[in-house]
Ligand binder design. Structure first.
Ligand SMILES: [Zn+2]
Length: 180
């Protein structure tokens, strides 16, 4: 008899607990949904991350043959031939295809490799990285996050503070001088 009362109490306690906790579940769900909704609908954020997608035909029309070869076909300019490998004016370097601000002159350093070299981008979100196994090497390809244009490669033999060397094709960028 005592056992039956005990089981009954446990069941009643279980039901009471369930009734107390149950309404909080939809509440959690609602908060979670609202949160993710506001994240995806934030127009400012959306605008900042907006990607530029164009057909190869469109890129071909907009870019010079050299820019097209580097940015869209992942070509590499010959060392010591690009317009920025020994260029040290104060300003910023933007993507030649979409205008995204990629590198600043104060992170550029003299490198003997023959391509413009930087120890870091203006913002890490401006760059996307991809493993590149072409030509029998394992390298890290560097691309413009906004338009997907090929810029160059990043190596870990750079100077402090990052120890990185962003080895970028001059032909993938345009320089904007800060001197007026
Ligand atoms: Zn770009």
């Amino acid at each position: 008899m005592n056992k039956i009362i005990y089981v009954f109490i446990v069941i009643v306690a279980g039901v009471i607990l369930w009734l107390l906790l149950e309404p909080t579940y939809p509440e959690h769900k609602r908060i979670f949904n609202n949160h993710s909704e506001s994240d995806t609908l934030n127009p400012k954020e959306k605008n900042m991350e907006q990607k530029i997608i164009k057909t190869e035909e469109e890129w071909k029309k907009e870019l010079t043959p050299e820019e097209y070869n580097i940015l869209r076909e992942k070509g590499t300019e010959r060392p010591f031939t690009g317009k920025y490998w020994d260029h040290f004016e104060i300003g910023i370097y933007i993507c030649a295809a979409c205008g995204a601000e990629l590198f600043a002159s104060d992170t550029k350093f003299e490198s003997s490799c023959g391509w413009p070299s930087y120890f870091q981008p203006i913002d890490s979100s401006r760059i996307i990285y991809k493993e590149d196994r072409s030509f029998g090497m394992i390298r890290t390809e560097v691309m413009c996050a906004r338009c997907g244009g090929h810029l160059g490669h990043v190596f870990d033999d750079g100077p402090p503070p990052t120890g990185l060397r962003y080895c970028i094709n001059s032909g993938s960028m345009k320089f904007i001088s800060k001197k007026k």
